[in-house]
Design a protein around this ligand. Structure first.
Ligand code: HEC
Length: 441
């Protein structure tokens, strides 16, 4: 995801605590912009499930289910984002030399490489499929994981706003990584709450992940290359990565829209395979309501950025943030852990100052880049509670990997959706990361 070490605002606990005014970064009274961006405000909402089809197009990616299970293991290193390694995520990747090579390597036990393994059943299914003409199935390698009812592949709420670019993005064939942003302005007559959002991923072959932000000002309505760290100035609303689901907020909160809501969609494209002429119009479907909820929602991140994973090694860190008084009462409703392709496990939980059981925010002990679930949470932070994050990586490469925004870099973040929204002048979504202390584990 798009965040960077170099541009950390010099944020300290002191600068949070001495915060005075209440500059909500998102409530602007800017008059409606000159154009409504690429937004289609189809307020009619004729179909209650309008646009609520699956977040990931399934049709073109058919594998038999057991084979998809095995290939999900391979996708730790052979995903669409894998730089310098062949991708094995769609049936078309298995050209004849690749089929024969995969069969030979799986039979010989040289693939998958450590630390990943296939179960005996997965190995049998994969070998059978590779030797029997590779019959198609209807399962994709990016299987949607439905962990909770809050997160679904379809939105059950009424989609009344659609964020789409004004023109398609054409991915250069000679670029492997590219961050691209476009804006959509949504003027509202009176305050509304955004209560549901789902990604509409258009071209899964090149979309690595996509994030939705709210900015203070309008952004280009046609997609333009952007720096990943531009997002430090925006408020994060929602994120999608392979395996991700749609999100509907609980009754207590919604993301506010006032005056003109300036959304920025940031898509991270990856074209390591050098595909020619791939285009994309990925965006988001939103459900909003004028029946305002009790609280404004927001997102923040826990975790750490100080780590270096040596070559051919496993490596673990732990990061702690003691909850300052100014964050007491923060109600967490969802968590979205995020690492990149050499991630192995991530676990974020709350240790209570008052004692008692720890509260899990997100725990994924078999991290799989291609299946990034949201977790439903319902817990309130109190002063001096500790938010603890542990990340483990297994780096099979011959070079070390450090924190960074690009696919070949790594991350250790658990994003959370919370309410009530913190309105402090120096507040950024990454503030809890900045307030954390990390050590090797
Ligand atoms: C931990 C990482 C990792 C995993 C998991 C993994 N591979 Fe690989 N694979 C590699 C690397 C690195 C190479 C590059 C060449 C080498 O070192 O053999 C490779 C090469 C290959 C090649 C040769 C590609 C070519 O260009 O000829 C095939 C085929 C392959 N892997 C198949 C698989 C299959 C099938 C799985 C799952 C059952 C799998 N791999 C799992 C890391 C991995």
């Amino acid at each position: 995801m798009p965040f960077i070490r170099a541009l950390w605002v010099p944020l300290t606990l002191t600068s949070l605590l001495i915060a005075t005014g209440c500059g909500s970064a998102s409530s602007t009274s800017t008059p409606p912009g000159p154009d409504g961006g690429g937004a289609t405000l189809d307020g009619g909402g004729t179909t209650p499930n309008g646009g609520g089809d699956a977040a990931v197009p399934l049709a073109s990616q058919g594998f038999p289910a057991a084979v998809a299970g095995a290939l999900t293991v391979c996708a730790n290193c052979h995903g669409p984002e894998s730089t310098g390694r062949v991708a094995l995520t769609v049936p078309g990747d298995f050209t004849e030399p690749m089929r024969a090579s995969a069969l030979q390597k799986v039979n010989a036990g040289t693939m998958p490489k450590a630390p990943f393994t296939l179960s005996a059943a997965q190995k049998t299914a994969l070998v059978d499929w590779l030797t029997s003409g590779m019959p198609p199935g209807d399962t994709q390698v990016f299987g949607p994981a439905s962990k909770t009812s809050l997160f679904t592949t379809t939105l059950s709420c009424n989609v009344d706003q659609k964020l789409r670019p004004q023109a398609a993005w054409t991915m250069p064939e000679d670029k492997s990584n590219e961050y691209v942003c476009y804006g959509v302005d949504i003027p509202v007559a009176s305050k509304r709450h955004l209560i549901g959002m789902g990604a509409k991923v258009d071209n899964i072959k090149i979309v690595h992940h996509v994030l939705l932000f709210q900015s203070d000002k309008s952004y280009s309505t046609t997609p333009v290359p952007c720096e990943p760290d531009e997002s430090m100035d925006w408020r994060m609303i929602y994120g999608w990565a392979p395996g991700g689901q749609s999100h509907e907020l609980p009754e207590a909160a919604g993301f506010p829209q006032e005056g003109t809501a300036h959304y920025v969609v940031q898509v991270h494209y990856n074209n390591a395979r050098g595909l020619v002429g791939e285009t994309d119009k990925t965006g988001f479907d939103l459900c909003t309501t004028d029946k305002l909820r009790a609280n404004d929602a927001d997102m923040a991140a826990f975790g750490g950025v100080d780590f270096n994973i040596p070559a051919r090694s496993t490596h673990s860190i732990q990061c702690d943030m003691a909850v300052p008084e100014v964050l007491s009462g923060l109600h967490i409703i969802a968590a979205f852990p995020h690492m990149h392709s050499v991630g192995a496990a991530i676990n974020t939980y709350v240790k209570r100052a008052a004692g008692g059981a720890n509260v899990t925010l997100a725990n994924e002990q078999r991290w799989n880049f291609n299946d990034q679930p949201w977790f439903a949470v319902d817990t309130v932070l109190h002063t001096n509670d500790t938010v603890h994050t542990e990340c483990t990586w297994a780096n099979p490469a011959t070079t070390a990997v450090a924190y960074g925004p690009y696919t070949e870099d790594e991350m250790c973040y658990t994003f959370v959706t919370y309410y009530p929204r913190i309105v402090l002048p120096n507040w950024v979504w990454a503030a809890p990361v900045k307030l954390s202390t990390c050590s090797e584990k």
